[in-house]
Write a protein that binds this ligand. Sequence first.
Ligand code: CA2
Length: 145
Amino acid sequence: MKILVINGPNLNMLGIREPEIYGSQTYPDLVAFIEKVCADEGVGCEVFQSNHEGEIVDKIQKAYKNADAIVINPAAYTHTSIAILDALKAVTLPAVEVHLSAVENREEFRRISYAGMACLKTITGQGFEGYRQAILFLKMKGERL
Ligand code: CA2
């Protein structure tokens, strides 16, 4: 099983600012965390980050026939991007949305998630742990298919 993990804009800045919201660990720490979880679970993975909506859409499209499932934190595009929603719907891969912070307890504009409308599950407010939960969920789902 191969899981594609996609992280959206500014997540490469993790650990540099706003540690009270996103924690003090860096983006390379997050990538290492995800890769370790996947290795421990015997799951293949690719971790991708982009600050550009079109690149994220391209990556989702390429996952069709190249990955079995998607974990996505679209960052700010969560709340704006119908293009990412449509791409997720188009590839019909099982997907889980992850947010480091508890978006539901923040500004009103963070309560809408377009990407989430194409996801089986949304995990918020668990920090890096949310990615582990998403990977375990998708692995379990893959084993049942
Ligand atoms: O909680 C999350 O994971 C978010 O997806 C993070 C996004 C935010 O727009 C979403 O509403 C919730 C922001 C990622 C930006 O991360 C930063 C990291 C360090 C410094 C500044 C921003």
